[in-house]
Design a protein around this ligand. Structure first.
Ligand code: CA
Length: 236
């Protein structure tokens, strides 16, 4: 884990420096920002591995910072709040934070939580495809959503769609796809992949009425093409 970069957003210098000190001892790099309104820009440019985000901040409140960052990034966010009541409130807001720590905290506790959250995070390469236009993949829940609607998928369909979304345009051979769904009581015959793909296509067809985003590639297998309406419907 050494060398991972933690962004500390905290306007009280004493707390920020204390955290930085402990993070350094734990082998992390860190950067302190004291204002909320410059966080999203910083995250976009520097891609920190995790954000410790104070709730009460000059410029932009922590909850709004969290929302702003979530529009483009899955970076883990741990909120720091001064009161238990505040914590209840922000949890209720479902702003997309990964964890919450109440002030006053022991720096050791913060480091332990940072490590715990980072352990849960899938590596960057697998994390990137999790938000793909209107398609969201939730690895923890084994769910795929399109335009915020949860697809009702079998475990095999979930793995197949997840695999193809991860690399739009890449042609997957049937044997490659079979290797992805092994362990799911799958018979392993190539033609059974075809029937799973057929069912999958039916389930996602209504979201992409003008085109088939899963395409057969003759003699090879299947690929997922980036839907044409990805850009103009994202965030709609
Ligand atoms: Ca503060």
């Amino acid at each position: 884990m050494s060398g991972q970069m933690i962004l500390v957003v905290e306007d009280e210098p004493k707390i920020a420096l204390l955290l930085q000190d402990y993070l350094k001892k734990a082998g992390f790099k860190s950067k302190i920002l004291e204002q909320g309104d410059i966080v999203a820009d910083y995250v976009q440019k520097h891609s920190p591995d995790l954000i410790l985000l104070d709730l009460m901040l000059p410029g932009l409140e922590g909850t709004e910072v969290c929302r702003a960052v979530r529009k483009f990034s899955n970076v883990p966010i741990i909120m720091l709040t001064a009161k238990v009541e505040e914590m209840d409130r922000i949890i209720g807001l479902e702003i997309g934070a990964d964890d919450y720590i109440c002030k006053p905290f022991s720096p050791r506790e913060v480091i332990a939580r940072v490590k715990a959250v980072l352990r849960r995070v899938v590596p960057e390469l697998e994390r990137n495809p999790r938000i793909h236009g209107p398609i969201r993949i939730d690895d923890e829940l084994h769910q795929i959503m399109i335009h915020e609607q949860i697809l009702s998928l079998t475990p095999i369909e979930y793995e197949l769609l997840k695999t193809m979304i991860s690399y739009p345009g890449k042609v997957f051979s049937r044997s490659e796809l079979i290797s992805k769904v092994q362990g799911y009581d799958f018979e392993g015959y190539e033609r059974t992949i075809d029937s799973h793909i057929k069912n999958l296509r039916k389930k996602i067809a209504k979201f992409f009425p003008d085109q088939d985003i899963i395409r057969a590639v003759y003699g090879v297998g299947y690929k997922l093409v980036t839907p044409e309406n990805f850009l103009n419907t994202d965030g709609a």
